[in-house]
Design a protein around this ligand. Structure first.
Ligand SMILES: *Cc1c(COP(=O)(O)O)cnc(C)c1O
Length: 388
């Protein structure tokens, strides 16, 4: 599955004829934006992840923003998260006038280190926002315990972890609110899109209203009633609505989620088989009682005899898509200007220096997996001998 530029990408969506037909049907229906497909997608998603409610949005970032809002995050509050994530996890706290507080990672799972969370909690902390990095669930039991002791809300950024499980429970059924993304590199896609799942009705109502300008329509919620046209705006919300067209695609994609995850697990197993004997490579850790969703497959170079940059460039030259996930969020110039200093999370920075994401996506063939693994072996040997 090579793309237009002759590159095997590191991640790619999978669209089949059923998906196309579902979108065409939606286009021919009476609804383009919020219609029956939105509610249907929400119901199927909630059922799939074992949550009472799901609220879908026009991006995962919008879903994060809404989840923090529903958790009561406001100006001056603090949200604890990890620096090894896409910037959106922290940015959504900034949107609300809150401050992201970065806690270092565990160097094996690359997830937030629960043992370091307590020290980061202040009287301004409202939310702990762990990220199931690469699709490997965080230590959600330990995080729950800390949150309960301090009366904090857990908003799990599971943009990488749709289809994963922790101690037998699907991701989406565990945290106070769980956030998903349907960007094309994620497990299922709606083009752009996202969702929050929750069991709490209070969160559910706030999420729905935040998506639509903070408007409420329920007779039980409104302070007055002037007639059938009447509604009230209670919060400063946004237009974060997703279209029926997108939800038709999401419904069709959701049907294939199990097969997608299965394929990702097969690729991860093949990489393990093909690469585990390589001395200078560290492969992903999988903790006990955890079933990862393998959004990313990340290898780490364990020797400074091999330059990560050189390996990266040589893989690209061979038409093999590699990427680095992620630059520590607080390293970005915007965060530096806000006063975050480099060096605050040493495990995250050490990880960032060594990591490379290699291709993993459902349409990858066995021979493509072998080609990638072979190339890594060859290039590492080459670079060792060249003494880069
Ligand atoms: C993709 C992603 C998001 C944001 O999702 P969008 O749908 O692109 O807005 C948030 N957090 C993480 C960890 C992500 O990977």
């Amino acid at each position: 599955m090579v793309n237009d530029m002759g590159l095997l990408p590191y991640g790619r969506h999978f669209i089949d004829d059923d998906d196309v037909a579902a979108v065409v049907e939606a286009l021919r229906s009476d609804w383009l934006t919020t219609g029956p497909k939105v509610g249907e997608f929400e119901a199927r998603l909630a059922e799939k992840v074992g949550a009472k409610y799901a609220v879908v949005f026009n991006s995962g970032t919008a879903a994060l923003h809404a989840a923090y809002f529903a958790a009561g995050v406001g100006p001056g509050d603090e949200v604890i998260t990890t620096p090894i994530t896409f910037a959106a996890t922290a940015n959504a706290a900034l949107y609300l006038g809150a401050r992201p507080v970065f806690v270092d990672i565990e160097s094996d799972t690359i997830n937030i280190n629960p043992e370091k969370i307590n020290d980061a909690i202040s009287n301004k902390t409202k939310v702990i926002a762990p990220v199931d990095f690469s699709g490997h669930p965080c230590d959600l039991g330990a995080i729950r315990e800390i949150a309960d002791k301090k009366g904090l809300i857990v908003v799990e950024d599971a943009a990488h972890a749709l289809g994963a499980a922790y101690k037998g429970n699907p991701i989406g059924s565990i945290a106070d609110m769980t956030v998903f993304s349907f960007h094309p590199v994620k497990h299922i896609t709606t083009g752009e899109g996202g969702a929050v799942t929750t069991d709490k009705q209070e969160f559910y109502q706030k999420l729905r209203s935040f998506r639509n300008h903070g408007i409420v329509k329920g007779l039980d919620q409104m302070t007055e009633y002037h007639g059938p046209w009447y509604y009230e705006m209670h919060y400063l919300g946004y237009n974060y609505r997703i279209t029926d067209i997108q939800c038709a695609l999401g419904l069709s994609q959701l049907e294939k989620l199990d097969a997608f995850i299965e394929k990702r697990r097969e690729i991860a197993a093949a990489y393990y088989r093909l690469l585990s004997d390589l001395e200078y490579l560290e492969l992903p850790t999988v903790r006990q009682l955890v079933e990862p969703a393998w959004h990313l497959y990340i290898i780490k170079i364990k020797t400074n005899k091999v330059s990560r940059l050189a390996l990266f460039e040589r893989m690209l030259t061979r038409g093999l898509g590699v990427q680095v996930h992620y630059i520590p969020v607080y390293w970005h110039p915007y965060y530096q200007k806000l006063g975050y200093r480099k060096g605050i999370c040493s495990c995250a920075e050490d990880y960032y220096a060594k990591a490379i994401s290699i291709p993993i996506f459902p349409a990858m063939s066995d021979s493509e997996v072998e080609r990638v693994a072979c190339a890594i072996k060859e290039e590492i040997h080459f670079l060792l001998e060249a003494g880069t």
